[in-house]
Design a binder for this molecule. Structure first.
Ligand SMILES: [Zn+2]
Length: 323
Protein backbone atom coordinates (compact mmCIF):
# COMPACT_ATOMS: atom_id res chain seq x y z
CA UNK A 1 0.00 0.00 0.00
CA UNK A 2 0.99 3.58 -0.46
CA UNK A 3 0.63 6.77 1.46
CA UNK A 4 0.55 10.26 0.14
CA UNK A 5 0.98 13.64 1.73
CA UNK A 6 -2.18 15.53 1.00
CA UNK A 7 -2.70 19.00 2.30
CA UNK A 8 -5.07 17.65 4.91
CA UNK A 9 -2.59 15.10 6.21
CA UNK A 10 0.20 17.69 6.24
CA UNK A 11 -1.93 19.83 8.51
CA UNK A 12 -2.54 16.77 10.67
CA UNK A 13 1.14 15.95 10.80
CA UNK A 14 2.02 19.47 11.86
CA UNK A 15 -0.74 19.41 14.48
CA UNK A 16 0.42 16.05 15.80
CA UNK A 17 4.06 17.07 15.95
CA UNK A 18 3.07 20.25 17.76
CA UNK A 19 1.20 18.18 20.31
CA UNK A 20 4.10 15.79 20.67
CA UNK A 21 1.97 12.76 19.84
CA UNK A 22 2.75 9.72 17.78
CA UNK A 23 2.12 10.12 14.08
CA UNK A 24 -0.42 7.72 12.56
CA UNK A 25 1.09 5.42 9.96
CA UNK A 26 -1.28 7.02 7.44
CA UNK A 27 0.65 10.29 7.60
CA UNK A 28 4.13 10.44 6.15
CA UNK A 29 6.51 12.42 8.28
CA UNK A 30 8.07 15.54 6.87
CA UNK A 31 11.78 15.09 6.28
CA UNK A 32 11.76 11.32 5.78
CA UNK A 33 14.26 10.29 3.10
CA UNK A 34 13.21 9.51 -0.45
CA UNK A 35 12.59 5.94 -1.55
CA UNK A 36 11.43 4.23 -4.70
CA UNK A 37 10.43 0.85 -6.14
CA UNK A 38 13.55 0.33 -8.28
CA UNK A 39 14.63 -2.63 -6.10
CA UNK A 40 11.06 -3.57 -5.11
CA UNK A 41 11.75 -2.70 -1.49
CA UNK A 42 14.93 -4.67 -0.96
CA UNK A 43 16.91 -1.45 -0.23
CA UNK A 44 14.47 0.38 2.02
CA UNK A 45 15.78 -0.87 5.37
CA UNK A 46 19.25 0.51 4.64
CA UNK A 47 18.15 4.01 3.60
CA UNK A 48 19.81 6.47 5.96
CA UNK A 49 18.45 9.86 6.91
CA UNK A 50 20.39 13.08 7.52
CA UNK A 51 20.91 12.18 11.18
CA UNK A 52 22.42 8.79 10.41
CA UNK A 53 19.28 6.90 11.42
CA UNK A 54 17.47 4.23 9.46
CA UNK A 55 13.83 5.32 9.55
CA UNK A 56 12.71 2.33 7.45
CA UNK A 57 14.58 -0.33 9.44
CA UNK A 58 11.33 -2.23 10.02
CA UNK A 59 11.23 -3.00 6.29
CA UNK A 60 14.23 -5.30 6.89
CA UNK A 61 13.89 -6.28 10.54
CA UNK A 62 10.13 -6.77 10.72
CA UNK A 63 8.91 -10.33 11.09
CA UNK A 64 5.32 -9.65 10.00
CA UNK A 65 5.85 -7.93 6.68
CA UNK A 66 3.63 -7.66 3.61
CA UNK A 67 3.11 -8.69 0.91
CA UNK A 68 3.36 -12.48 1.16
CA UNK A 69 3.03 -15.43 -1.14
CA UNK A 70 -0.13 -17.39 -0.38
CA UNK A 71 0.35 -21.11 -0.78
CA UNK A 72 -0.85 -22.67 2.45
CA UNK A 73 -3.99 -21.59 4.22
CA UNK A 74 -6.10 -22.68 7.15
CA UNK A 75 -9.82 -22.74 6.50
CA UNK A 76 -11.74 -21.24 9.39
CA UNK A 77 -15.21 -19.95 10.15
CA UNK A 78 -14.79 -16.20 10.29
CA UNK A 79 -17.04 -13.20 9.80
CA UNK A 80 -18.17 -11.94 6.45
CA UNK A 81 -16.68 -8.55 5.59
CA UNK A 82 -19.60 -6.14 5.55
CA UNK A 83 -18.93 -3.47 2.95
CA UNK A 84 -20.81 -0.24 3.53
CA UNK A 85 -19.38 1.93 0.79
CA UNK A 86 -20.94 5.14 -0.50
CA UNK A 87 -20.14 7.38 -3.47
CA UNK A 88 -17.49 10.05 -3.20
CA UNK A 89 -16.51 12.89 -5.48
CA UNK A 90 -13.42 11.76 -7.36
CA UNK A 91 -10.17 13.07 -5.88
CA UNK A 92 -7.08 11.56 -7.42
CA UNK A 93 -3.37 12.06 -6.90
CA UNK A 94 -0.16 10.83 -8.49
CA UNK A 95 2.17 10.87 -5.47
CA UNK A 96 5.18 9.45 -7.38
CA UNK A 97 4.72 6.01 -5.77
CA UNK A 98 1.22 5.21 -7.01
CA UNK A 99 -2.06 6.56 -8.33
CA UNK A 100 -4.28 7.09 -5.32
CA UNK A 101 -7.95 7.99 -4.94
CA UNK A 102 -8.72 9.84 -1.71
CA UNK A 103 -11.99 8.73 -0.16
CA UNK A 104 -14.22 11.04 1.85
CA UNK A 105 -17.84 10.03 1.34
CA UNK A 106 -20.85 11.29 3.25
CA UNK A 107 -21.84 9.19 5.13
CA UNK A 108 -18.46 7.58 5.73
CA UNK A 109 -17.63 4.40 3.80
CA UNK A 110 -16.77 1.54 6.12
CA UNK A 111 -16.12 -2.14 6.42
CA UNK A 112 -17.12 -4.11 9.49
CA UNK A 113 -15.42 -7.42 10.18
CA UNK A 114 -14.58 -9.29 13.36
CA UNK A 115 -16.52 -6.75 15.40
CA UNK A 116 -14.34 -3.87 14.20
CA UNK A 117 -15.42 -1.02 11.94
CA UNK A 118 -12.87 0.67 9.73
CA UNK A 119 -13.34 3.74 7.55
CA UNK A 120 -12.12 3.78 3.95
CA UNK A 121 -9.48 6.51 3.56
CA UNK A 122 -8.06 5.85 0.10
CA UNK A 123 -7.38 3.23 -2.50
CA UNK A 124 -4.45 2.87 -4.90
CA UNK A 125 -2.86 0.54 -7.41
CA UNK A 126 0.20 -1.62 -7.86
CA UNK A 127 1.54 -3.29 -11.02
CA UNK A 128 2.22 -6.20 -10.82
CA UNK A 129 0.27 -7.55 -7.86
CA UNK A 130 2.11 -7.41 -4.55
CA UNK A 131 0.62 -10.61 -3.14
CA UNK A 132 1.23 -13.79 -5.08
CA UNK A 133 -0.62 -17.10 -5.06
CA UNK A 134 1.58 -20.11 -5.46
CA UNK A 135 4.23 -17.69 -6.68
CA UNK A 136 2.09 -16.16 -9.39
CA UNK A 137 1.35 -12.46 -9.77
CA UNK A 138 -1.68 -10.89 -11.35
CA UNK A 139 -1.07 -7.79 -13.51
CA UNK A 140 -2.62 -5.35 -11.02
CA UNK A 141 -3.52 -5.20 -7.32
CA UNK A 142 -5.77 -2.60 -5.74
CA UNK A 143 -5.43 -1.72 -2.04
CA UNK A 144 -8.38 -0.21 -0.19
CA UNK A 145 -6.91 1.31 2.98
CA UNK A 146 -9.14 1.59 6.05
CA UNK A 147 -8.55 2.97 9.53
CA UNK A 148 -10.49 2.47 12.77
CA UNK A 149 -10.98 4.95 15.58
CA UNK A 150 -7.83 3.68 17.29
CA UNK A 151 -5.78 4.40 14.17
CA UNK A 152 -5.35 0.70 13.34
CA UNK A 153 -5.26 -0.15 9.66
CA UNK A 154 -7.12 -2.78 7.66
CA UNK A 155 -6.36 -3.15 3.97
CA UNK A 156 -8.64 -4.95 1.53
CA UNK A 157 -6.59 -6.25 -1.39
CA UNK A 158 -8.18 -6.95 -4.76
CA UNK A 159 -6.11 -8.75 -7.36
CA UNK A 160 -6.98 -7.90 -10.94
CA UNK A 161 -6.56 -10.25 -13.87
CA UNK A 162 -6.55 -9.47 -17.57
CA UNK A 163 -9.78 -9.87 -19.48
CA UNK A 164 -10.83 -9.20 -23.05
CA UNK A 165 -13.42 -6.78 -21.70
CA UNK A 166 -13.01 -3.21 -20.52
CA UNK A 167 -14.08 -2.92 -16.89
CA UNK A 168 -16.37 0.09 -17.12
CA UNK A 169 -16.37 0.66 -13.36
CA UNK A 170 -12.76 1.87 -13.54
CA UNK A 171 -13.31 4.19 -16.50
CA UNK A 172 -14.20 7.37 -14.55
CA UNK A 173 -10.78 7.03 -12.89
CA UNK A 174 -8.91 5.77 -15.95
CA UNK A 175 -10.20 8.75 -17.99
CA UNK A 176 -8.44 11.03 -15.48
CA UNK A 177 -5.25 9.18 -14.55
CA UNK A 178 -2.64 11.85 -13.71
CA UNK A 179 0.47 10.92 -15.67
CA UNK A 180 2.83 13.15 -13.72
CA UNK A 181 3.41 13.55 -10.00
CA UNK A 182 1.43 16.43 -8.58
CA UNK A 183 -1.10 17.62 -6.04
CA UNK A 184 -4.46 15.90 -5.57
CA UNK A 185 -7.15 17.05 -7.97
CA UNK A 186 -10.90 16.87 -7.34
CA UNK A 187 -13.21 16.45 -10.31
CA UNK A 188 -16.45 18.23 -9.53
CA UNK A 189 -19.55 16.29 -10.37
CA UNK A 190 -17.66 13.04 -11.00
CA UNK A 191 -18.69 10.45 -8.42
CA UNK A 192 -17.34 6.98 -7.91
CA UNK A 193 -18.28 4.21 -5.51
CA UNK A 194 -15.56 1.83 -4.37
CA UNK A 195 -18.26 -0.84 -4.13
CA UNK A 196 -18.28 -0.96 -7.94
CA UNK A 197 -14.56 -1.77 -8.01
CA UNK A 198 -14.87 -4.97 -5.98
CA UNK A 199 -15.13 -8.36 -7.69
CA UNK A 200 -18.64 -9.71 -8.02
CA UNK A 201 -20.01 -11.20 -4.82
CA UNK A 202 -21.20 -14.78 -4.67
CA UNK A 203 -24.72 -15.61 -3.58
CA UNK A 204 -24.82 -18.56 -1.24
CA UNK A 205 -27.47 -20.44 0.69
CA UNK A 206 -27.53 -20.83 4.44
CA UNK A 207 -25.81 -24.21 4.32
CA UNK A 208 -22.07 -23.88 4.26
CA UNK A 209 -21.35 -27.60 4.02
CA UNK A 210 -18.62 -27.98 1.45
CA UNK A 211 -20.12 -31.20 0.13
CA UNK A 212 -23.61 -29.93 -0.48
CA UNK A 213 -24.12 -29.53 -4.21
CA UNK A 214 -27.58 -28.03 -3.77
CA UNK A 215 -26.04 -24.85 -2.50
CA UNK A 216 -23.19 -24.32 -4.90
CA UNK A 217 -22.16 -20.73 -4.97
CA UNK A 218 -23.18 -18.75 -7.98
CA UNK A 219 -22.30 -15.23 -8.85
CA UNK A 220 -24.09 -11.95 -8.71
CA UNK A 221 -23.28 -8.43 -9.60
CA UNK A 222 -23.02 -6.60 -6.30
CA UNK A 223 -24.02 -3.37 -7.99
CA UNK A 224 -27.47 -4.78 -8.77
CA UNK A 225 -28.05 -6.41 -5.41
CA UNK A 226 -29.23 -4.81 -2.23
CA UNK A 227 -27.16 -6.40 0.51
CA UNK A 228 -29.88 -5.64 3.04
CA UNK A 229 -32.29 -8.03 1.32
CA UNK A 230 -30.13 -11.01 2.16
CA UNK A 231 -30.45 -12.67 5.51
CA UNK A 232 -27.14 -12.77 7.26
CA UNK A 233 -28.15 -14.64 10.39
CA UNK A 234 -27.80 -18.41 10.45
CA UNK A 235 -30.02 -18.76 13.50
CA UNK A 236 -33.16 -17.06 12.38
CA UNK A 237 -35.79 -18.84 10.37
CA UNK A 238 -36.66 -16.54 7.50
CA UNK A 239 -37.41 -18.35 4.28
CA UNK A 240 -34.76 -16.58 2.21
CA UNK A 241 -31.39 -17.45 3.65
CA UNK A 242 -29.38 -16.53 0.61
CA UNK A 243 -26.74 -13.94 1.15
CA UNK A 244 -23.81 -12.25 -0.48
CA UNK A 245 -20.47 -13.85 0.19
CA UNK A 246 -16.94 -12.67 -0.51
CA UNK A 247 -14.33 -15.25 0.43
CA UNK A 248 -11.07 -13.81 1.65
CA UNK A 249 -7.63 -14.61 2.98
CA UNK A 250 -6.61 -12.76 6.12
CA UNK A 251 -3.34 -12.40 7.98
CA UNK A 252 -1.39 -9.92 10.12
CA UNK A 253 0.98 -7.86 8.03
CA UNK A 254 2.38 -4.43 7.34
CA UNK A 255 2.35 -1.47 5.04
CA UNK A 256 4.08 -2.47 1.81
CA UNK A 257 5.82 0.90 1.53
CA UNK A 258 8.15 2.69 3.97
CA UNK A 259 8.09 2.80 6.88
CA UNK A 260 6.62 -0.74 6.56
CA UNK A 261 4.69 -0.32 9.84
CA UNK A 262 3.33 -3.60 11.18
CA UNK A 263 -0.02 -4.18 12.88
CA UNK A 264 -1.93 -3.96 9.60
CA UNK A 265 -4.75 -6.50 9.18
CA UNK A 266 -4.92 -7.73 5.59
CA UNK A 267 -8.05 -9.00 3.85
CA UNK A 268 -7.13 -10.27 0.40
CA UNK A 269 -10.29 -11.10 -1.52
CA UNK A 270 -10.12 -14.58 -2.97
CA UNK A 271 -12.10 -13.70 -6.08
CA UNK A 272 -10.40 -11.66 -8.76
CA UNK A 273 -11.61 -8.59 -10.54
CA UNK A 274 -10.66 -8.02 -14.18
CA UNK A 275 -9.73 -5.25 -16.57
CA UNK A 276 -8.69 -5.12 -20.20
CA UNK A 277 -5.16 -5.29 -21.51
CA UNK A 278 -5.51 -1.64 -22.57
CA UNK A 279 -6.54 -0.61 -19.06
CA UNK A 280 -3.61 -2.49 -17.55
CA UNK A 281 -1.23 -0.92 -20.05
CA UNK A 282 -2.53 2.57 -19.25
CA UNK A 283 -1.61 2.03 -15.61
CA UNK A 284 1.76 0.48 -16.43
CA UNK A 285 2.63 3.37 -18.74
CA UNK A 286 2.65 5.80 -15.80
CA UNK A 287 6.01 5.97 -14.08
CA UNK A 288 4.47 6.01 -10.58
CA UNK A 289 2.62 2.76 -11.17
CA UNK A 290 5.13 0.99 -13.41
CA UNK A 291 6.30 -2.11 -11.52
CA UNK A 292 5.58 -0.39 -8.20
CA UNK A 293 5.34 -3.65 -6.31
CA UNK A 294 7.28 -4.83 -3.27
CA UNK A 295 8.71 -8.34 -3.25
CA UNK A 296 7.00 -10.89 -1.00
CA UNK A 297 8.26 -11.54 2.52
CA UNK A 298 8.49 -14.69 4.65
CA UNK A 299 5.38 -15.75 6.50
CA UNK A 300 7.48 -16.63 9.58
CA UNK A 301 5.22 -17.79 12.40
CA UNK A 302 2.05 -16.32 10.93
CA UNK A 303 -0.94 -18.24 9.57
CA UNK A 304 -3.05 -17.23 6.58
CA UNK A 305 -6.70 -17.95 7.25
CA UNK A 306 -9.22 -18.53 4.49
CA UNK A 307 -12.87 -17.78 4.98
CA UNK A 308 -14.95 -19.41 2.26
CA UNK A 309 -18.33 -21.07 2.53
CA UNK A 310 -17.93 -23.47 -0.38
CA UNK A 311 -14.84 -25.07 -1.73
CA UNK A 312 -13.82 -24.04 -5.22
CA UNK A 313 -12.15 -26.40 -7.60
CA UNK A 314 -9.64 -23.79 -8.61
CA UNK A 315 -5.97 -24.02 -7.86
CA UNK A 316 -4.99 -21.01 -5.84
CA UNK A 317 -3.78 -21.61 -2.37
CA UNK A 318 -6.31 -24.24 -1.36
CA UNK A 319 -3.96 -26.92 -0.18
CA UNK A 320 -4.28 -25.97 3.45
CA UNK A 321 -5.71 -27.70 6.48
CA UNK A 322 -9.37 -28.19 7.09
CA UNK A 323 -10.62 -26.51 10.19
ZN1 LIG B 1 -0.55 -0.68 -1.59
Amino acid sequence: MKLSITRRSLVLVIAVITLGLIVSPLQAEVGDPEWDHSQHGEDWGSIEDADGNFPYATCDAGQSQSPININKVKRVRLDEIQFNYHPTELTIVNNSHTIEVEYESEPASTITVGGETYTLRQFHFHTKSEHTRNGRHTPVEMHLVHENDAGELAVVGVQIKRSHRTNQAFEPIWDRLPEEEGPAETFEGVFINAQDLLPKARIVGDDDDDDDDDHRADYADIATQDAQTFDDDDDDDDDDKRRLHRPYYTYDGSLTTPACNEGVTWYLLKDFNTMSRAQINELRAIESTHNNYRLTHPLNDRTVHLYELHRDNDDDGDDGDED
